[in-house]
Design a protein around this ligand. Structure first.
Ligand SMILES: [Zn+2]
Length: 365
């Protein structure tokens, strides 16, 4: 179980032991976790040590590692993305990708070493953007990650292939093609994600590839309306692909919600465009620490809870946000202002909704 800090730790430490036991025992699905943002700090330090044996750490990489070790403070969401080149520098070989993937899977799915604790979650859909480096092609990258994921049963772990908003048309096409080919070859790829700096990229050209992925039977999730700078056109392009889940959706307008969510009343008209309700991936600590949401009280989770719209509680990036599945669930149960003050029954219902939103649906077969 990772050490946690910040709002999740504050919420967790406010709970009585009985509540903590209750939260630990809930089967949870982690459906929005980025591989490179979820590497335990211990593994980052080991990779840095190894890296320094064959080439010097650049000052930028060394500085970022120190920030991650001591606790990152972000002033806004756009301070978040520059952390990643340092992590990528440490995970550029197939060996380093295997080591970090294994460590991430263990941190989510293995009980703590003393055997007393449940694993963080019962089911994990890990996501990552396939990277080509001078040591490997994208296909090798995905194969290495899948080899580690498939060490776990299909009821516990699966892969979502991410495409980055900055990618060229050719790169998106390659990533989607690899995801479809690997799925068709029996590898455990279950979905496609669109991620990356919300300021970058034009989503219109992505839609062709995303629709193809859906047509091939892959689930689709998209980071959407994550910042105030995402336009309506940007959100519309992504929604037009009929995603199954939405990451964050913090600033999605009421008009778009009414148009695309079947359970949200559309003012002045009789029916919605869609009969489905894309599940919203909620990352409380991530939003608070990136300062896209001012407080739990102002968080959009309240809107979705009120409308009984499907949500799933996720960590996003446990490394910089220093959180865990347990910590995020503690923020549901803790009393305000540290938490939302939900009842145990409501928290259990939220956890079930999360399990139901899995792409693989292993629990339903
Ligand atoms: Zn994310």
């Amino acid at each position: 179980m990772p050490e946690i800090a910040g709002p999740a730790a504050a919420a967790l430490s406010s709970l009585c032991p009985d509540d903590v036991i209750f939260l630990r025992s809930l089967p949870k699905a982690e459906l929005h976790a980025h591989l490179n943002g979820s590497i335990p700090i211990k593994t980052i330090l080991e990779l840095a040590q190894e890296h320094s044996h064959y080439s010097a750490l650049t000052p930028e990489v060394a500085e970022t590692i120190e920030r991650l070790r001591s606790g990152v403070i972000l002033n806004e969401i756009f301070d978040f993305f520059p952390l990643f080149p340092a992590i990528y520098a440490l995970t550029s070989t197939p060996e380093a990708v295997a080591i970090s993937t294994r460590a991430v899977l263990q941190s989510f799915l293995n009980p703590a070493s003393d055997g007393a604790e449940n694993p963080q979650c019962a089911y994990l859909e890990l996501r990552t953007t396939p990277r080509a480096t001078k040591y490997m092609m994208r296909e090798r990258y995905l194969t290495v990650v899948l080899d580690e994921i498939e060490m776990y049963p299909a009821t516990q772990a699966a892969l979502i292939v991410s495409v980055d908003r900055r990618m060229s048309d050719l790169d998106v096409e390659e990533c989607v093609r690899l995801a479809i080919e690997m799925k068709n070859n029996g590898r455990r790829v279950v979905g496609i994600d669109v991620c990356g700096n919300p300021r970058k990229g034009d989503m219109q050209p992505f839609t062709r590839h995303l629709s193809r992925a859906k047509g091939a039977g892959l689930g689709l999730t998209v980071h959407i309306a994550e910042s105030t700078e995402n336009t309506t056109e940007d959100s519309l392009a992504l929604l037009s692909c009929r995603p199954d889940r939405l990451g964050h959706a913090t600033f999605l307008s009421d008009e778009l919600k009414a148009l695309f969510f079947a359970d949200i009343p559309q003012p002045g008209t009789e029916c919605s465009l869609l009969s489905e309700c894309p599940c919203i991936e909620i990352c409380l600590s991530s939003n608070l620490l990136c300062k896209t949401v001012a407080s739990l009280d102002a968080h959009h989770i309240r809107y979705y809870l009120k409308n009984d719209h499907p949500i799933v509680i996720c960590t996003d990036d446990t490394l910089p946000f220093r959180t865990s599945c347990l910590g995020e669930y503690a923020m549901l149960l803790a009393q305000p202002p540290l938490g939302l003050g939900l009842s145990r029954d409501d928290v259990a219902r939220v956890a079930r909704m999360g399990m139901d939103a899995a792409f693989l649906r292993p629990h339903h077969d």
